[in-house]
Design a protein around this ligand. Sequence first.
Ligand code: HC0
Ligand code: SF4
Length: 579
Amino acid sequence: NIKLTIDNREVEVPKGTTILDAAKSMGIRIPTLCHMKLEDLHYENNPGACRICVVEIEGRRNLAPSCKMECTEGMVVRTHTPRVMNARKTVMELILSNHPAGCLTCSSNGYCELQTIAHDLGIREIRYQGEQSTFEIDRSPSIVRNMNKCIMCRRCETMCNNIQTVGALTAVNRGFNAAVSTAFERDIAGSTCSYCGQCVSVCPVNALSGRNTQQPVLDALANPAKIVIAQTAPAVRTALGRDFGCEPGTLVTGKMVSALRQLGFDYVFDTDFAADLTIMEEGTELLQRLSKYLSGDEDVKIPMMTSCCPGWVSFVEQHFPELRDNLSTAKSPQQMFGSIAKSYFAEKLGVDRKDIVVVSIMPCLAKKYEASRPEFAVEGNPDVDISIYTRELARLIRYANINFNELPDSDFDHPLGESTGAGVIFGTTGGVIEAACRTAYELYTKKPLERIEFKELRGLEGIRSGTINFDGVPVKIGIAHGLGNARKLVEEVKSGKSPYHVIEVMACPGGCIGGGGQPFHQGRMDVLRKRAAALYSEDESKPLRKSHENPYIQQLYKEYLGEPCGPKAHELLHTHYFD
Ligand code: HC0
Ligand code: SF4
């Protein structure tokens, strides 16, 4: 170990530790714009580019970037001397000289790391007035890229290329014209982007942002001719409170439902209901594939891969089209919900599907793209009309002057608002497969599960596996979150070496709790852990914890769908994929 002094305090750190990390371990915050480290995900972006993190080291003439400088024995470091602060201010003013000053109208106002650091440094004027970039804004269904705001921190590139291994983003040009672009400088929609939104999650400014669709929601709510229905995804309830000052992982389900009613939604339903429905279909499909596989059918595609995450589906379609038939044909809960709301529920209300507007509240940016896919529409009328993400819902709540923290709790409407604990845990990595096992086991063995919780499938390790014994049949399960981890499992499938019967993938690190539309967690894994714990505790508190026990799901099959994976279920709840 190495002993050194930072701000007059002694500290001992392992050899190889940077000054930035050593200071962090003592609770000393050194600001930085480009550096970002997510330890559990093995993500580190450290180009040493922004130079905001400079510190003074006794005996050295020049200031040093603390992110790059390793600690040495006896080093004496000072992190906020007048010289350091002046240097940081100068660097900041230079960055700001080519950054649009439209904070008041920027959707990251209040969340922007550049804004926060400028504020903390007490910047009141920009002494250098430079030329301003004039890149065109690139809008895709999910992601908006505005390179005029880019500060070249490269976090998005590291995320997309090294963690997600999608390779959609790359730095182009040099100096003033430098920007993060796509291969052949195509727009995002024409690139290999899977819309996972993780680049947006790590962008410290607003160069990458989610597509904003709040106005169409407000228009629908103001239109008396429309019945406007909300569905809320499992992960939203653990994170929404963060934008209203709650501790990470605070469950705000009841307040969220009240807020949606106050906004004017006619029905507030739960995507968790549709998650239960997905389990019925996907679980049945898994059993059908397994039984064919066990009887020696060589055409059946095993492992079956889950299909509820649109970023993942798009990744398979673009990067591994030869494996698309391994994807379950079950639609995602978002899309199953839309389909059922505009058929079964529309019939119950006695209205035409075109009179209904389905708005989904998702933690995800790819869900916008998923909702816009043409196969999820009937005669041009989409099953899900508008998909907004958690941060957009927070903005709508503020817009309507709703005092979120003072709201009473209220319950979802019925019949599409009831869910079991299985539906709830969908929002975290491993949750979908655990929910599927609870149902598939009982459907297959016809015996009640002795142990409902499959704790071996839980956690935030990037790739996990487990075997569940279905009455003598060992079902092997693989789980990956983050597309880079998924790629490893898929490569195994491609080479015929996958040991698994079923694989769950969520594109975002952590699963939907870490989605690109969630309140920013700035790489803090403890935040993801708390969000996951909140979902598991909601599951534990539910009287029903297996999807097939949901009485409203049973009623839906009895009244309308018939059998899981039957003809009507296939027509409404299943899909196909494209090369
Ligand atoms: Fe998810 Fe979903 S669990 S993808 O993470 O399956 O977005 O939260 O809504 O559709 O239910 C996201 C979250 C969902 C869907 C569900 C699944
Ligand atoms: Fe890459 Fe995901 Fe961003 Fe697309 S959304 S550019 S895949 S990180």
